[in-house]
Design a protein around this ligand. Structure first.
Ligand code: AMP
Length: 313
């Protein structure tokens, strides 16, 4: 596996790799979710490249840029074992040299709702770095996680709008055995918070179950998920819980083939996001329910739907 630090080195080394080339950008602190992206890329592409870059531009003031977990030696080992051919791990000055002045802004509900409200400027930071990385790596296929569903939708829109010559593939979320979506930020959780965290996925599964009932509307899905959420007393603060069209992030009232239930919540100082599809295909037959985690019973007191703090309700 080749490790390169500069744009020039990356270009030269990438040109020599067999095509098609799959690419997966990461911020390091790798877990099995990231490695799932690499696996998906290997199954589709002749070679796979990855990047490790904790992108300062996508962190807001007061967010966790400084304390974001970093362990490059471990990350490189995992990527090599996973069969990655090249890793681009630049310093911030390589990506944002003196005089850097370009912004890339995707407009509308895609960036102005939900994560866009909670994390102002976040998506501008994401789009500029992803476009830069695409310009460096020039991959045939870009692999992104469905866990960051809004980010995936923003990048799909941007790639389409700018006619960027890359296919974007969304990869299903990898979870811990108890259902918690894998995330580098899970490392921040205390033992008590870690015990509460799988309740988020259980709530999403309750929403998905409600979506399967004939005639279910988005409000029924949100209510079922809210009812199953761990309580405020368990230390959970809901940021948002909503059903949106996964391509546009416009809130939905009815369920359709692109309906997605999205959730963000805070446990102490840690912000967690998760999502499941609640799509009802246009033929009216609901898709199968996601697998229920081993601990599917409600282990925590439920919060009354009227107690929700969500902005989108
Ligand atoms: P990050 O390092 O958090 O910027 O994530 C890099 C990529 O990994 C993004 O495309 C994420 O959506 C994806 N990702 C993060 N967590 C997971 C997960 N649990 N399952 C699948 N993909 C993930």
């Amino acid at each position: 596996m080749i490790v390169v630090r500069t744009v020039a080195e990356a270009r030269a080394a990438l040109d020599a790799l067999p095509r098609p080339l799959g690419f997966t950008p990461t911020m390091g602190a790798l877990h099995a979710g990231h490695l799932g992206l690499v696996e998906a890329a290997r199954s589709r592409c002749a070679s796979v490249a990855a990047s490790i870059f904790v992108n300062p531009a996508q962190f807001g003031r007061g967010e966790d840029f400084r304390r974001y977990p970093r362990d490059e030696a471990r990350d490189l080992r995992l990527l090599e074992e996973a069969g990655v051919a090249l890793v681009f791990a630049p310093a911030a000055a390589e990506m944002y040299p003196d005089g850097f002045a370009t912004a890339v802004h995707v407009g509308g509900p895609l960036t102005e709702s939900l994560e866009g409200v909670s994390r102002p400027g976040h998506f501008d930071g994401v789009t500029v770095i992803v476009i830069k990385l695409l310009g460096v790596a020039r991959p045939d296929v870009l692999f992104l996680g469905e866990k960051d569903a809004q980010q995936l939708a923003v990048i799909r829109r941007c790639v389409r709008d700018l006619d960027l010559p890359v296919e974007v593939v969304g990869v299903p979320t990898r979870r811990e055995p108890d259902g918690l979506a894998m995330s580098s930020r899970n490392a921040y959780l205390t033992a008590g918070q870690r015990a509460v965290a799988p309740g988020l996925y259980r709530a999403l599964l309750a929403g998905a179950e409600a979506a399967r009932r004939p005639g279910a509307a988005a409000a029924d899905v949100v209510a079922a998920a809210a009812d199953a959420l761990p309580s405020l007393a368990a230390g959970l603060e809901l940021d948002y819980l909503a059903v949106v069209d996964e391509a546009t992030f416009v809130p939905e009232t009815g369920l359709g083939p692109r309906s997605r239930l999205v959730l963000a919540a805070r446990l102490g100082g840690t912000r967690l996001i998760d999502t499941v599809s609640v799509a009802v295909p246009s033929n009216g037959h609901p898709r199968p329910t996601p697998t229920t985690p081993a601990t599917s019973s409600r282990a925590y007191p439920v919060q009354d739907a009227t107690g929700m703090e969500g902005r989108t309700q």
